[in-house]
Design a protein around this ligand. Structure first.
Ligand SMILES: [Zn+2]
Ligand SMILES: [Zn+2]
Length: 144
């Protein structure tokens, strides 16, 4: 992904900090502001949390970046892509994308509720494969 083009296409000034933020969101996916702040300080030690928020909000205004709201947890941020849902592991906190077609479900919701649905932010929660494995190991150890 070319972050420079992404910024320019959305009338945003290209700054090294913004490029770094986009690269963080691209490589780490679904990252919290706190985690971004920790990472970006390694390269730009003088950056303030306020500046970081300002940049993220600006990129959100231009829909370059999307906020992913997770119940009872801090929001994560990602580079905007086509509509998708998320999986959230309640154990390790990992958030991953899942691309599913909800058009039938949305049509049904509209029919049942008479709402005009404008967005579907669906989060599936559970245990990721890694955490499932560590859990089954625990129970094996207990029975031995
Ligand atoms: Zn997990
Ligand atoms: Zn996502």
């Amino acid at each position: 992904m070319n972050y420079q083009t992404l910024l320019k296409e959305n009338d945003l000034k290209v700054t090294p900090q913004r490029l770094e933020l986009l690269s963080l969101m691209d490589t780490k996916g679904h990252i919290s502001v706190e985690a971004m702040y920790e990472e970006i300080q390694k390269k730009f030690s003088a950056i303030s949390l306020a500046t970081l928020y300002k940049n993220i909000n600006l990129m959100m205004d231009k829909q370059v970046v999307t906020e992913v709201k997770i119940p009872h947890e801090k929001s994560r941020y990602e580079i905007s892509k086509e509509t998708h849902s998320h999986l959230h592991c309640r154990e390790c906190g990992e958030v991953v994308d899942i691309f599913l077609d909800f058009s039938k479900a949305v049509a049904k919701v509209e029919k049942l509720s008479h709402y005009k649905i404008e967005g579907e932010n669906i989060i599936f929660s559970g245990l990721c494969p890694k955490c499932q494995t560590s859990h089954s190991n625990e129970s094996v150890n207990l029975t031995v």
